[in-house]
Unconditional design. Structure first.
Lengths: 111, 116
């Protein structure tokens, strides 16, 4: 059974810092991996999607990497801003149309 | 509409009551998904539709849970004889094609169910 773990569960940093969120998964046979953002009381917004054949994806200040062999992905956020405060979730897709999510990292950026 | 729309946004049900949660996916999206998210946890897969066909219902926790998408657009998740452990946010999502093709998945804001 695929398990997805995110560390840390919560993170609080001052504005302007660069930071890294970690995601690990137990089964490397995946189609893709996605990072989502969830604001309180809201649904999920897709940030980045990395196909299994790719090593990384970038969007603005966000960069996500994927190392399938070690079962790891990282989300790098550059020059963090208070508006980046949210819960960040990673999810792997093994096919069969279902995503398996981690528990999320609750990020707080302090002004 | 521009996004995935869910209703009701909030529902308080007495234990034993039946509830129905509605999802309007983005127009034209083939794939529709239901997920359950308990407080402080990541979402967990419930079921998947490709058009009107329910291709995977392996995540439905019991036979009290039933989902349908009769015309391949709007979907309803029904929970019969609700129990306290059913309290969660129920998220609907849609994508243009299949999830494994790498299409972006769009989530609604969820239906927050509290069973008292």
């Amino acid at each position: 059974k695929q398990e997805v773990t995110q560390i840390p569960a919560a993170l609080s940093v001052p504005e302007g810092e660069n930071l890294v969120l970690n995601c690990s998964f137990t089964d490397s046979a995946i189609y893709n991996l996605q990072w989502f953002r969830q604001d309180p009381g809201k649904g999920l917004t897709s940030l980045l999607l990395i196909q299994s054949s790719q090593r990384e994806q970038t969007s603005g200040r966000l960069n996500a990497s994927l190392d399938k062999s070690s079962g790891r992905s990282t989300l790098y956020i550059a020059a963090s801003q208070p508006g980046d405060s949210a819960t960040y979730l990673c999810a792997v897709n093994k096919g069969a149309q279902k995503l398996v999510f981690g528990q999320g990292t609750r990020l707080t950026i302090n002004p | 509409g521009a996004g995935v729309s869910q209703s009701p946004r909030y529902k308080v049900a007495k234990r034993g009551q039946d509830v129905a949660l509605r999802c309007d996916p983005i127009s034209g999206h083939v794939s529709l998904f239901w997920y359950q998210q308990a407080l402080g946890q990541g979402p967990e897969f419930l079921t998947y539709f490709q058009n009107e066909a329910q291709l995977d219902k392996s995540g439905l926790p019991s036979d009290r849970f039933f989902a349908e998408r009769p015309e391949g657009s709007v979907s309803t998740l029904k929970i019969q004889r609700t129990q306290q452990e059913d309290s969660a946010v129920y998220l609907c999502a849609s994508s243009e094609w299949t999830a494994s093709s790498g299409n972006t998945i769009y989530f609604g804001e969820g239906s927050w169910l509290t069973v008292v």
